[in-house]
Design a protein around this ligand. Structure first.
Ligand code: PLP
Length: 390
């Protein structure tokens, strides 16, 4: 059976051109970028080329890009880095209740160390209200962190409006753009952000590499102490093949982004429409319009998301309930609960995320098999008998 991969929000396959670009840096281009001889300088040159590509994609200067081990490190670096460097100014952070665990857990860590954090609520579509950000600001606020788009429900947040509020108040503004970079336009000046997190494996690059954009002049402490790599901001010998792959992935994304976003939006809408038409008691989670081109997230009443996943897997279809990290836990997704869904509705969620190799026939296949799976599971469902869902 041909497998159909529809979990591009969890990770993307590495683009063959990216693999090709990386390979020489495992072999003849193996040098340590800190070494002064030619092997080292060639590796260093490759890193700097990748840095230019990443900076160009988001409208930043090269020296404002620091390569990291991924989105999680970039989020931790931004949040803890600003918190520790600005202790004399204040100890209050504003974020949203639907952030990725990398942001939420970094904030919780800081709370345990005496910082105070406001987790802003969202509306039923997952939108943060800029007015709520404004209201939450105190004279102790040092950082606002709101994600560009949510990884589970795909809602795109009003970053420009929030950025203006943060700027007026003289507060640093971080956005987690892991799900948007390379997929929709991301420009640090248009968005008005001081810090922005990215991850290569969400845009057809390799796993274990990402970057943090740090606007010139932003006060934050170094996160990884060690050598003098990355302008003394992050010690450790650079992941040269990974960084080269990230650069290549960004280059491809830049060329293909606008066409691809249009194509995926049309497939996404075809899937949403089909699911709502062909299955009863289904609701779309996330914003109907302000959403990522590749994200479909629905709650199917009276059944468990895990059962849907396993049955789809038997049909060769790979999807997800909520985020990859929470799908192995029994806790309902904090994002869906924040949108106001009941525990049962949150447990009955299905995320289908599309990507570069998704074609219309695959969407039709999902629409062909899912209604039957739902009927079968509902026939066995104790939730249906008690009517416990809506
Ligand atoms: N932030 C968001 C919004 C994500 O979706 C993810 C990955 O799931 C991360 C951060 C973490 O990125 P990484 O896997 O590169 O650490």
């Amino acid at each position: 059976m041909k497998r159909i991969y529809l979990d591009y929000a969890a990770t993307t396959p590495t683009h063959p051109e990216v693999v090709k670009a990386m390979l020489p840096y495992f072999t003849e281009g193996f040098g340590n970028p800190s070494s002064l001889y030619s092997y080292g300088q060639e590796a260093k040159g490759a890193i700097e080329e990748a840095r230019v590509k990443v900076a160009t994609l988001i409208g930043a200067r090269d020296e404002e890009i620091i390569f990291t081990s991924g989105g999680t490190e970039a989020d931790n670096f931004a949040i803890k880095g600003v918190a520790f460097a600005n202790e004399s100014k204040g100890n209050h952070i504003i974020t949203s209740s639907i952030e990725h665990h990398a942001v939420i857990e970094a904030c919780k860590f800081l709370e345990r160390r005496g910082y105070s954090v406001t987790y802003l609520p969202v509306d039923e579509h997952g939108l943060v209200a800029p007015s709520e950000v404004k209201k939450a600001i105190t004279d102790k606020t040092i950082l606002v962190s709101v994600m560009h788009a949510n990884n589970e429900v795909g809602t795109i947040e009003p970053i420009v409006e929030i950025g203006k509020i943060a700027k007026e108040a003289g507060i640093y503004f971080h956005t987690d753009a892991v799900q948007t970079t390379g997929h929709i336009p991301v420009n640090v000046n248009e968005l008005g952000v001081d810090l922005l997190s990215m991850s290569a494996h969400k845009l057809y690059g390799p796993k274990g590499v990402g970057a943090l954009y740090i606007r010139k002049g932003t006060r934050l402490i170094s996160f990884m102490h060690g050598g003098e790599q990355e302008r003394k901001r992050r010690g450790s010998t650079e992941n040269v093949p990974g960084i080269v792959g990230f650069g290549k992935a960004v280059e491809i994304a830049q060329q293909e982004m606008s066409q691809e976003a249009k194509r995926l939006t049309s497939l996404r809408d075809q899937l949403i429409k089909g699911l709502l038409e062909r299955i009863d008691h289904v609701r779309l989670n996330g914003h109907p319009v302000k959403r990522l081109p590749n994200n479909v997230n629905v709650s199917v009443d009276f059944i468990e998301g895990e059962s849907m996943l396993l049955n789809l897997d038997l049909e060769g279809i790979c999807a997800s309930t909520g985020s990859a990290c929470s799908s192995s836990s029994l806790e309902p997704s904090h994002v869906l609960l924040a949108l106001g869904l009941s525990h049962e509705q949150a447990h009955g969620s299905l995320r289908v995320s599309l990507g570069k190799w998704t074609i219309g026939e695959e969407i039709e296949r999902v629409l062909g098999v899912l209604p039957g799976i739902v009927t079968k599971l509902r026939a066995m469902s104790p939730l249906l008998k008690t009517g416990k869902n809506s």
